[in-house]
Design a protein around this ligand. Structure first.
Ligand SMILES: [Zn+2]
Length: 564
């Protein structure tokens, strides 16, 4: 009898466990009748997904998933549409972009000048009286098929006459309308003398043959840094809305997570503000960011950064907002090169770079390093090879970001060190003349995506938006698959398959951010970050991939843009 009671009790306990386990497994939503491109380890295609709370609990065929539902479960019929994991941009300066977002009419992926002008004029109509219209990069004239000529002053004034208009063509030049010249106090004739704050900028003005301002200012990075100091920021009571507006735009493009690398000109308080919003009411874009150091260029700034490396810890945040690495620029003279020239640091600069990296390795910080040229990367790898003897780097997943011109021997070294690569689609904007002049035919191997893919080292796709590049992930996928710029030119011959490109824009990026158990695939236990697409990514003609639009963007099981 005793034995029987014991067995019965055990049986009842068993029964309860089965029931409670089952109760936990009733999904809040099921999505059925879809073409679910899971991007799991087998790149398997399924029909249906079940979601509970913010996570996926099951993936399978229609019958299996439907059988999990009860009367309370929301049932979404995908009617044959394609679903993919939410896309992840591994290099996107989104937090900085929020600082001016409401005034920025984005021209991401726009292929005609006439459409660009239309977007600019329409945006101007929606802005409050006196507000500036500021198109802060992410485009270049070379992306337009109809005309790649300069914007004329007449065109600039056709956008608006009653408010300052400024258009920034990546980090190369800017245009201002007449109202902007007036607001800045810059004379529009070369015979007049500028006064006050106008003096600095007027040296960059491009004059026509009659000495009249064309609207254009040359001068690259130094000029743009100078100009932006004068731009009015979003008023403090509108800053939260600016973040929401920016993130909504990212969601509409199909982005659910970004790796934000800090960068030039970023304001520290922008991170604090975004974190505060994430912790209070929540945000619709997962932001994983670096210990944004701005651009340390002096030994004093390096010492300050080393102090922060010791006093701060990565991975203390949430699934929505987290500090996860150091970089992308931690010591300018050591590694901050550009598309044309490598950095060759002196012994002194090298020793400072080494000190920073040693501090990071000793404190187990992941690090991403901005570097584009093979010579810069080789110097870095020499330092990393030394550090690796004391602090094994593989587990820290250090990465080289951009790596546009990396070569076979550096890829081999990256593989040996366990260093990963964050690649960007910057050539999609089309202006390659300086790079072709310098590197000739080899410029078509920049970046060498095929070589990297075949090497087996982890790498992901991103943009380097919002200023240096456009930010649409479908434009990036299309570029990786076709090797084309928006204007139709072939700019990169080392292309990927659709499957490879999608993996690099989802689960590989999740790996680079230490999120491979949470993000980047549609599988049980993962966050329900998913896109329902208007077209089938795997079967539509290649050329249409860049115009794919998510009809619904789901973040942690919640619809954040579009409709179902
Ligand atoms: Zn960079």
């Amino acid at each position: 009898m005793k034995f029987y009671r014991g067995t019965l009790a055990a049986w009842l306990v068993q029964l309860c466990i089965v029931f409670s386990a089952h109760a936990q497994q009733v999904p809040d939503q099921i999505y059925t009748n879809g073409k679910i491109i899971t991007v799991d380890d087998y790149f398997s295609i399924q029909q249906a997904v079940a979601v509970k709370g913010e996570r996926i609990i099951a993936v399978g065929n229609n019958d299996a998933i439907t059988s999990l539902a009860d009367a309370q479960t929301q049932r979404i019929d995908l009617a044959g549409k394609t679903m993919i994991p939410g896309l992840i941009d591994n290099h996107n300066h989104v937090v900085r972009a929020t600082e001016y977002w409401p005034n920025d009419p984005r021209l991401d992926g726009v292929t005609t000048r006439s459409k660009a002008l239309k977007i600019l004029r329409n945006k101007s109509k929606t802005l409050p009286k006196g507000a500036w219209l500021m198109s802060l990069g992410g485009w270049q004239e070379s992306q337009f098929i109809d005309s790649q000529a300069d914007f004329t002053l007449a065109e600039l004034d056709s956008i608006a006459t009653d408010r300052p208009v400024i258009l920034q063509s990546v980090y190369d030049h800017i245009y201002g309308n007449s109202a902007w010249f007036k607001a800045m106090g810059i004379p529009m004739s070369s015979s007049s003398t500028p006064i006050g704050k106008a003096q600095g900028l007027s040296q960059y003005v491009v004059w026509d043959d009659n000495g009249n301002a064309t609207g254009r200012l040359n001068g690259g990075f130094p000029m743009i840094s100078e100009a932006i100091k004068q731009f009015p920021s979003v008023p403090s009571d509108e800053q939260e809305d600016a973040i929401k507006l920016a993130f909504k735009y990212y969601n509409e493009l199909g982005l659910t997570s970004v790796y934000d690398p800090g960068g030039v000109g970023i304001k520290q308080e922008s991170y604090a503000r975004t974190k505060q919003l994430a912790d209070s009411e929540g945000i619709t874009l997962r932001v994983f960011h670096t210990l944004n150091a701005g651009v340390p260029n002096s030994p004093e700034a390096a010492d300050l950064l080393i102090k922060r490396i010791h006093s701060t810890k990565p991975f203390q945040g949430s699934a929505a907002f987290d500090l996860i690495a150091m970089g992308e620029i931690y010591y300018g003279p050591f590694h901050w090169d550009d598309e044309l020239d490598a950095k060759s640091p002196s012994t002194f600069e090298l020793s400072i770079g080494r000190k920073i990296l040693e501090a990071a390795a000793s404190q187990a910080w992941p690090v991403q390093t901005h570097a584009m040229q093979p010579e810069t990367i080789d110097v870095l790898f020499d330092v990393m090879t030394d550090i690796n003897k004391e602090f094994p780097l593989r587990q820290l997943r250090w990465s080289i970001t951009h790596a546009d011109n990396i070569g076979a021997s550096q890829i081999q070294r990256a593989r040996q060190l366990g260093v990963n690569l964050q690649m960007r689609s910057i050539s999609v904007l089309g202006d390659r003349h300086q790079i072709t002049e310098k590197f000739g035919d080899a410029s078509l191997d920049m970046p060498p995506l095929r070589l990297i893919q075949d090497s087996g080292i982890p790498f992901g796709l991103g943009t380097d938006g919002t200023k240096a590049n456009q930010i649409s992930p479908f434009v990036t996928l299309w570029w990786a698959i076709t090797g084309q710029a928006l204007n139709g030119d072939l700019v990169m011959r080392q292309t990927l398959s659709r499957e490879e490109a999608l993996i690099a824009h989802t689960r590989s990026n999740a790996y680079l951010m230490f999120q491979e158990a949470n993000l980047g695939s549609i599988r049980p236990g993962f966050m329900a970050d998913m896109l329902v697409l208007d077209q089938d990514y795997l079967t539509i003609p290649e050329d249409q991939i860049k115009s794919i639009r998510p009809v619904a963007t789901i973040l942690g099981g919640r619809l954040v843009s579009g409709e179902l």
